[in-house]
Write a protein that binds this ligand. Structure first.
Ligand code: GLA
Length: 684
């Protein structure tokens, strides 16, 4: 149910949503999404924008007393025409995209005296764009709707329709004309009289007002005010989000940082060519030739360009970027690990993989963070290594747990080297992170602690923080003692902790209907508040937590909604509601947990104080819960390129390992386990 919603005007669509349109159009798009300059000939608008084909005629801005439409009284006047082709026209070359639909609308009036008594053919006004491509010009193509009308002199008449520019070859220019051209396509008789126009709009078709609430606090203001000035409140987005006006309106309004959900992962960088290497080239690395796979920057740049454009035009509302991720066992094609990038051949040797790793990190770092990079200065941090610790035991993830990195190295050398190369090549202001899930589970936490120490102590490395992913559950794990224990432990080693992929899986009661929604949302809101309060209290005690990033914006697009063929973190059958904004882009109680928790119905319970024994006793049974995720070998299906890679997120490949859970469960006092299970059932 939407209540009291002030709707936001569309103001970002063209720039943010098309990514490649460029800064110019983005700037135009901020005040409105109208691509036309000087649409009303109002004071302050640049009338020269209309001069492209005025020839020897004169164009002036005029003002009347009666509104022409809405409350607009201003209009343009073209007079002194000596050719039928002299008209109002505007160059939109850099603003329009091929084969895209643009809605147009404008008003024209013929001068009552000049056109009095003229035959219909000489009172015909039309929208007549022309496009030059590969040196040849095509006229009057691509418009539908009211393209051409016979006007009654002295009467304002509206034109509306759709313009779909299209061309083949190299486009040189696209010009829109509002033309009264007499007969025979301008070459016959014509009045060449004075006429007037105003109110021209040209907008990406389908644009509409966004539905987001404008009368709620902005998280990017409320959270830093509450918790600390430099605090990052972020979200992940994928390229398909760029096309969603409402999602992007929420992103730009509420978040001061984004993580690219997929586009900077190795599989995306290799063009989703998962089955075979997309082609190679030879580069020099440390003076020696190295054959490397071709990189495809296009997907990552689509999002980065949109954010770049936003930042250029909103210097006071910068959105920073988290790089994610350089080294990961998942979403990395198998051929990357093999001799000659060929899965029919054996694994490459360690020396070869070290050189590949160095090249990959160097190239990514220089391309995206180097002094000469367009994106220099945008990245605040980068997940250098993701999920390299075992789920079942306090040790590194090995080859049996799906790590081809481990299969090649049989040691943590690739992790150490990744942090060495990142330190060497990444711009110094970009913080370097290790990132993992189930990071609150005691056994896994101990493994992560070891990893952080190993990286920190190794020569030539830099590690600036630990990314606690935070894929949590609304009514179950973790409890806040477990969370706090983990945060303290990591901060003690690497100095800084960030929550990097926060979402909450629904309780078993939630079925997506109105009936269960209210209760689930309320419980979830309190859970988010509990977490946020814990983060605040940890900061007060000196634990340096500097970021909470949500894994997605609106519930319906969360990765948790989708079925995962090997189990996954959600079964795809149960509806999920893991984020701060609902399916209709409206704020949920979870939003208020951050924006103003006094709006939540019931205050959350006090944050439990940590005690050594308590934390051990609490976290052990959690391992034996059937929520613990582990990893198995990917099927060929999963490693295949998704049809729409930016839409279709490849999921982490988790399964419950019954054997591991069973063994651990057996080791735990049965009574504790039973009582916790009962408690959990009650909670749900
Ligand atoms: C992990 C990864 C993310 C993403 C999520 C699920 O946590 O780090 O990149 O794949 O799983 O969407």
């Amino acid at each position: 149910m939407r209540k009291g919603t002030k709707r936001a005007a569309v103001w970002l669509a063209a720039g943010l949503l098309t990514g490649g349109v460029g800064v110019g159009s983005c700037l135009a798009a901020q005040s409105s999404s109208n691509l036309i300059q000087c649409p009303n000939f109002a004071e302050g608008e640049d009338i020269l924008a209309w001069s492209r084909d005025q020839g020897g005629a004169t164009i002036t801005a005029e003002s009347g007393t009666e509104p022409i439409y809405g409350d607009v009284v201003t209009y343009g006047k073209i007079t002194g025409r000596t050719s039928n082709y002299e008209c109002f026209s505007q160059d939109v070359t850099d603003l329009v995209e091929k084969d895209k639909d643009y809605a147009y609308s404008f008003y024209v009036m013929l001068d009552a005296d000049d056109y009095a008594g003229a035959p219909a053919a000489q009172r015909t006004v039309e929208i007549s764009p022309y496009i030059t491509a590969d040196g040849s010009t095509t006229y009057s193509q691509g418009c539908s709707g009211t393209v051409s009308q016979v006007l009654e002199p002295g009467v304002w008449t509206q034109f509306t329709g759709t313009y779909t520019p299209s061309w083949s070859g190299n486009m040189e220019e696209v010009v829109i004309r509002i033309l009264e051209q007499g007969t025979n396509y301008g070459q016959g008789e014509g009045v060449k009289g004075t006429y007037y126009m105003t109110g021209m709009e040209l907008k990406v078709q389908g644009e509409r007002e966004t539905v987001i609430e404008m009368d709620v606090p902005r998280l990017r203001e409320a959270v830093p005010q509450d918790i600390g000035e430099d605090f990052i409140i972020g979200t992940s987005i994928v390229n398909s989000d760029l096309k969603d006006v409402d999602t992007m309106a929420l992103v730009t309004r509420h978040f001061n940082a984004i993580t690219l959900g997929n586009e900077l992962k190795p599989d995306a960088m290799f063009g989703y060519s998962n089955d075979r290497c997309p082609g190679t080239e030879t580069v020099k690395l440390n003076g020696k030739d190295l054959t490397v796979p071709k990189l495809d920057y296009s997907r990552a740049e689509r999002t980065l360009d949109a954010i770049y454009d936003w930042n250029q035009s909103h210097p006071d509302e910068i959105i920073k970027v988290r790089g994610h991720v350089l080294v990961w066992h998942s979403q990395t094609p198998q051929w990357w690990f093999h001799e000659d990038y060929d899965t029919d051949k054996p694994y490459a040797d360690v020396e070869t993989m070290n050189r590949r790793l160095e090249w990959y990190i160097k190239t990514m770092a220089e391309h995206f963070t180097g002094e000469d990079s367009k994106y220099h200065g945008m990245f605040y941090g980068w997940d250098v290594v993701n999920e390299a610790v075992s789920d079942g035991a306090s040790r590194y993830r090995n080859a049996n747990e799906n790590s081809s990195w481990w299969a090649v190295y049989q040691s943590n050398e690739f992790i150490i080297n990744a942090f060495r190369y990142a330190n060497q090549y990444m711009a110094p202001e970009v913080e370097l992170y290790y990132n993992d899930y189930n990071e609150w589970v005691t056994n896994k936490r101990l493994g992560i602690e070891q990893l952080l120490k190993d990286v920190k102590e190794a020569e030539g490395t830099r590690i600036d923080g630990m990314g606690m992913q935070g894929h949590y559950q609304t009514t179950a794990t973790p409890n806040m003692t477990e969370f706090a224990t983990a945060a303290r432990a990591y901060a003690a080693i690497v100095g800084q902790v960030q929550v990097t992929e926060l979402d909450m899986k629904a309780s078993s009661k939630y079925d997506g209907t109105e009936k269960t929604r209210e209760e689930e949302f309320a419980v979830q809101g309190r859970r988010y508040k509990e977490l946020y309060d814990t983060v605040k209290s940890l900061r007060e005690e000196g634990v340096n937590i500097t970021n909470i990033t949500l894994w997605g914006v609106v519930d319906k697009n969360s990765w948790l909604q989708t079925f995962n063929s090997v189990g996954g973190s959600a079964d795809g059958r149960q509806k999920q509601c893991p984020l701060l904004f609902d399916d209709d882009y409206q704020v949920k109680p979870a939003f208020w947990a951050f924006a103003d928790s006094s709006k939540l119905e019931t205050p959350a319970e006090d944050i439990p104080e940590e005690s050594e024994e308590e934390s051990a006793a609490e976290s052990e049974p959690a391992i034996s819960e059937p929520t613990v995720e582990s990893v198995e070998e990917p099927t060929s299906e999963e490693s295949a390129e998704p049809e729409e890679p930016e839409v279709q997120e490849q999921r982490k490949q988790y399964v419950v390992i019954g054997a591991v859970c069973g063994a651990l469960a057996a080791a735990i006092v049965g009574g504790i386990l039973v009582s916790r299970r009962n408690k959990k059932k009650k909670d749900q």
